[in-house]
Design a protein around this ligand. Structure first.
Ligand SMILES: [Fe+2]
Ligand SMILES: [Fe+2]
Length: 179
């Protein structure tokens, strides 16, 4: 089924962003020229960082309550997701700070990323399929898109890992960068 961008629900929107991150990495492998690879990797870092920040502002806090019945518990899952974002941001930040992008550092960031995407899809996205009706999925998609105007595109491993503090921290850091 195809969707206009306005009619995509939050779960498929997040999955489509995950797909873009994976596809870009596959593309990196086919690029031999570092001069060509570097700007593309830098755009990818910004995309990945922004995605996680949007989740922390507009997705995780909204869906925690719907994950309460799952065996690991909603709060635990969200807390774990944010912790993985920060670990990923440690590696993304090192990559962003390299004057010449290295494959060794791309692989370190990708290892953290792939682990997180797989786990988020299994433990959060799929269980929510049966919990969020279409109307709510569309509303949350719009909020997720709107959060992109507040959130930072830079890796911030230092931001709060606390699910209560992370959304506000994200907005403060993001808005400060846009000033
Ligand atoms: Fe995600
Ligand atoms: Fe995530």
């Amino acid at each position: 089924m195809t969707h206009a961008s306005e009619s995509i629900g939050i779960l498929d929107l997040i999955l489509s962003e995950h797909k873009y991150m994976r596809d870009e990495y596959e593309h990196f492998k086919s690029v031999d020229d570092t001069a060509e690879l570097s700007p593309r990797v830098r755009d990818w870092i910004a995309y990945v960082a922004l995605h996680g920040h949007k989740e922390e502002i507009a997705f995780y806090p909204k869906v925690e309550v719907y994950l309460k019945d799952e065996k690991k518990g909603g709060h635990h899952l969200i807390e774990h997701g944010i912790k993985e974002h920060r670990e990923l941001e440690v590696e993304l930040k090192k990559l962003a700070e390299q004057s010449t992008i290295t494959w060794e550092q791309i692989r370190k960031a990708v290892a953290k990323l792939m682990h997180h995407l797989d786990e988020e899809e299994t433990d959060i996205i799929e269980p929510l399929r049966s919990k969020l009706d279409q109307k709510l999925q569309l509303e949350l998609a719009q909020q997720f898109i709107d959060a992109g105007r507040l959130a930072s595109k830079k890796p911030h491993p230092e931001m709060s890992k606390n699910p209560e503090k992370a959304p506000r921290d994200n907005i403060d850091v993001g808005l400060a960068e846009k000033r």
